[in-house]
Design a protein around this ligand. Structure first.
Ligand SMILES: C[S@@+](CC[C@H](N)C(=O)[O-])C[C@H]1O[C@@H](n2cnc3c(N)ncnc32)[C@H](O)[C@@H]1O
Length: 362
């Protein structure tokens, strides 16, 4: 399957890269270490480091999580708890066109039922000088660093599995309120909005991911509410349905850790729960299962459903479908069932979760 990368690899960096047998790219000087290593870089052999390498010396996650623990100390204890990275909403800029400045758009290849453009970020270097999540990810040879960078800069394989499932199963988005949880590129939410969702929220752990990847992708693909994407704008100011060819979908973007994200949205007086929560490759770390489960429990509407895509197992981090399924079953709140198994390359699963006791609508 072809992958679309959001970051271009700078020439000098590219020259230092060498390919391993599994398609992974590593720095030539680091190949020896890589041969011995069996850790988080095994998080999916096909969607790998190359995507997060571009501009490796580049940006800074402008609001890195407050480090509640010293990561150089007892790493096992620290990894047990996701850092409580505060959540915030990323307000859409008045002039959305600005978001696409310095961005190169590419159409996603493959048999997707919607035309989706994704951005290649030319250079984050000037915008975010200094240390950053990209270079941290690069220097630790990892697609993610728990509590610091959770992998949203690239498009992970299971996102494409869910997109294919949407088409095959004719998933209905019309009129729904949708959450793309752990959105990264935001392709799931973007597809929902193209399918007529009334409102789509995007959440990613990292603020930089939202600003530099999700937001540009949303702006490039979703007709937004005038310049401000504000449904409260007087009708006369909004582009009419006929002008844009589809219903306007209200999009909101959030960064931060799941518990904090829940707190933020649930603090809104008029908050309405989600009809559909889409989530791809978010169950790799068993330490997060509790907060993820709690998030789904608190944010899903009683008759809503979660569509989740995951690899069978994430080497190095230890999570995977079976472990998560067991966790959910033990909690006893949701039904969890398998919708499909993709048995090429690394085995992957599509799962559905619904409340065991939905509200009787009649
Ligand atoms: C491996 S990436 C997958 C990105 C995207 N869904 C895809 O399939 O391409 C995992 C995503 O889950 C989110 N995530 C993981 N753990 C999280 C946590 N504890 N709190 C908030 N977000 C988290 C991160 O934002 C990250 O983007």
């Amino acid at each position: 399957m072809a992958f679309q990368f959001n970051f271009s690899i700078e020439e000098d960096l590219e020259n230092k890269l060498t390919s391993l047998d599994d398609g992974t790219c590593v720095l030539k000087s680091q190949k020896g270490k890589q041969d011995k290593k069996q850790s988080t870089e095994q998080l999916g052999t096909q969607d790998h480091l190359c995507s997060s390498l571009g501009n490796a010396a580049a940006s800074e996650d402008t609001d890195s999580p407050p480090q509640t623990t010293d990561r150089s100390g007892d790493s096992e204890a620290q990894n047990k708890q996701p850092s409580l990275k505060p959540a915030k909403e990323h307000v859409l800029p008045k002039d959305c066109n600005q978001v696409l400045e310095n961005k190169v758009l590419e159409m996603l290849p493959g048999p997707l039922h919607v035309n989706t453009a994704v951005v290649k970020t030319i250079s984050l270097k000037e915008k975010f000088p200094g240390e950053n999540i990209v270079s941290k990810s690069f220097s630790s040879h990892s697609d993610l660093i728990p509590g610091v960078y959770e992998g949203g800069l690239k498009i992970w394989e299971c996102t494409f599995d869910l997109l294919t499932y949407f088409t095959k199963a004719k998933v209905k988005f019309a009129g729904q309120k949708v959450l793309d949880l752990g959105c990264g590129s935001g392709l799931l939410g973007i597809t929902a909005s193209k399918g007529g969702a009334r409102e789509v929220h995007f959440q990613d752990y990292n603020s930089l991911v939202i600003d530099e990847v999700t937001l540009p992708n949303v702006v490039a693909n979703v007709p937004l509410q005038g310049d401000s994407n504000d449904v409260n704008e007087p009708d006369g100011k909004r582009p009419r349905k006929s002008e844009i060819g589809q219903e306007i979908c209200k999009c909101r973007l959030f960064s931060g850790e799941w518990v904090e994200f829940c707190k933020l949205v649930l603090s809104e007086k008029l908050f309405v729960k989600y009809d559909l929560i889409l989530t791809s490759e978010t169950i790799y770390n068993p330490d997060y299962y509790s907060t993820l489960h709690e998030t789904l429990l608190r944010l899903l509407s009683r008759n809503g459903r979660v569509l989740l895509a995951s690899k069978a197992h994430y080497f190095g981090v230890g999570g995977g479908v079976h472990l998560f399924q067991k966790f959910v079953e033990e909690k006893g709140v949701f039904e969890i069932r398998t919708l499909g198994v993709i048995d090429e390359g690394l085995k992957r699963f599509l799962m559905e979760m619904t409340f065991k006791h939905p509200v009787n609508m009649h």
